[in-house]
Ligand binder design. Structure first.
Ligand SMILES: CC(C)(COP(=O)(O)OP(=O)(O)OC[C@H]1O[C@@H](n2cnc3c(N)ncnc32)[C@H](O)[C@@H]1OP(=O)(O)O)[C@@H](O)C(=O)NCCC(=O)NCCSC(=O)C[C@H](O)C(=O)O
Ligand SMILES: [Mg+2]
Length: 287
C-alpha cells in the first residue's frame, strides 16, 4: 500500500512572491510547493532561493508538507538550488523534468548529506518520462512521490488542453502505472483556468477516478473543491465500514465472499475499504 499521508491538495507558489508565501501559512493545503522553476523569472532566482529557504526554516507552516521545487538538472541554477534546499531541510525536494533513473541517482548522491526526512519528489512531464515512469518511480527509496507536469507534457506532445484531457490520457495512465507498480504516491497536474471552478472540479473528479492521490494547484480558490473531491465522502466511509463488518461476519461463518448492496465483496474489496478508512482518519486528523 502507498503512503497514506493526505496529499489531496498540493499548492504551488512562486518562490519570489512574499505575499503568497505568507498567505500559505493560513491556507488549508495538505502540501505547499515553493517554486524556484517556471514561476520565477531568471533575475529573481537567487532572491527566491533565499526566500523559500527562509520560509522552510521559519517553522510557521504547521502540518503542511513543505516542498521546494528546484530548477531543472540541465540549468545553471540547479546545483545552487539543490545545495540550498538540502541545507534548509524541507519535507521534500521536487526535481522538474526527470527523464530517467540515472537522473534520480544523480540527485540522490547530491543529497547524501541532506537530512534523512527530506524526500525526493520527481516531476514527470515529458514523453520520455511517461515511457520511463516505472524506472523513475523505483529508482530510489528516497523518491516517494511522482508529480504530473501536464503543461509541459501538452507542450511536448503539441497537444491542446481540452475538457476531458483526451490527448493526455495515455501519459496519465503510463505515469500512474509506473508509480503504482513501484508503490509510490502520484499527484495529478494543474488546472490553468483559475476562474473556471466547475471545470476544475470535473478534472479533480477525473483525477480521483483514475487513482491519483491528489492534485497540484495554482490558486487558493482551488483548495476547497480539491480537498473535498480527494477525501473519502461520508457515504464511502459508511459503506467501507459495512463491507468490513459483512466480510468479517462471513469469515466467521467460513465464507470468503459476500454481497453488500447487491455487490460481490471479496478480500481485495476489504483491503480497499480499510485503505479508505485509514485515509478518512488521516484527513479528519487534519481538521
Ligand atoms: C495564477 C496567479 C498568477 C494568479 O495571481 P493573482 O491574480 O494575483 O491572484 P489573486 O489576486 O486572485 O490572489 C488572491 C490572493 O491569493 C494569494 N495567492 C494567489 N495565488 C497564490 C498561491 N499560488 N499560493 C498562495 N497564495 C496565493 C494572493 O497573494 C492574494 O493574496 P492577498 O492579496 O493576501 O489576498 C497566482 O495564483 C500564481 O502565481 N499561482 C501560482 C503559479 C505557479 O506557481 N506556477 C508554477 C507552478 S505550475 C507548473 O509549473 C506546472 C508544471 O510544471 C507543468 O508543466 O504543468
Ligand atoms: Mg512543468
Amino acid at each position: 500500500m502507498t503512503d497514506l499521508r493526505p496529499r489531496r491538495s498540493v499548492l504551488y507558489m512562486p518562490g519570489a512572491n512574499e505575499r503568497a508565501l505568507e498567505k500559505a501559512k493560513t491556507l488549508p493545503a495538505d502540501a505547499l510547493i515553493l517554486d524556484l522553476e517556471d514561476a520565477v523569472a531568471p533575475d529573481a532566482k537567487a532572491e527566491a532561493r533565499k526566500r523559500v529557504c527562509a520560509a522552510v526554516a521559519s517553522g510557521e507552516y504547521g502540518e503542511r508538507e513543505l516542498v521546494i521545487r528546484t530548477n531543472g538538472l540541465d540549468t545553471s541554477w540547479h546545483e545552487d538550488d539543490l545545495r540550498a534546499a538540502a541545507e534548509a531541510g524541507p519535507d521534500a525536494i521536487l526535481i522538474p523534468k526527470v527523464n530517467s533513473a540515472a537522473e534520480v541517482h544523480q540527485v540522490e548522491r547530491a543529497l547524501e548529506a541532506a537530512p534523512d526526512h527530506t524526500a525526493i519528489w520527481a516531476m514527470v512531464e515529458t514523453p520520455i518520462a511517461m515511457l520511463h515512469a516505472h524506472e523513475i518511480a523505483s529508482a530510489s527509496p528516497r523518491l516517494t512521490v511522482l508529480v504530473m507536469g501536464t503543461n509541459d507534457l501538452a507542450k511536448e506532445l503539441q497537444a491542446e488542453h481540452v475538457p476531458g484531457r483526451a490527448p493526455l490520457l495515455a501519459g496519465l495512465s503510463l505515469a500512474l502505472l509506473g508509480a503504482r507498480a513501484a508503490g509510490k504516491v502520484i499527484l495529478d497536474g494543474v488546472y490553468n483556468d483559475v476562474q473556471d471552478l466547475a471545470g476544475f472540479e470535473a478534472e479533480c473528479l477525473q483525477g480521483r477516478q483514475f487513482g491519483f492521490d491528489g492534485k497540484t494547484l495554482i490558486h487558493p480558490k482551488q483548495l476547497e473543491p480539491c480537498n473535498r473531491v480527494f477525501a473519502p465522502s461520508e457515504e464511502e466511509v459508511e459503506r467501507s465500514r459495512r463491507i468490513i463488518d459483512a466480510f468479517e461476519e462471513a469469515s466467521r461463518e467460513g465464507r470468503g465472499v459476500v454481497t453488500v448492496d447487491g455487490r460481490m465483496i471479496e478480500n481485495l474489496h476489504v483491503e480497499n475499504a480499510r485503505r479508505v478508512l485509514t485515509l478518512a482518519e488521516a484527513v479528519a486528523a487534519r481538521g
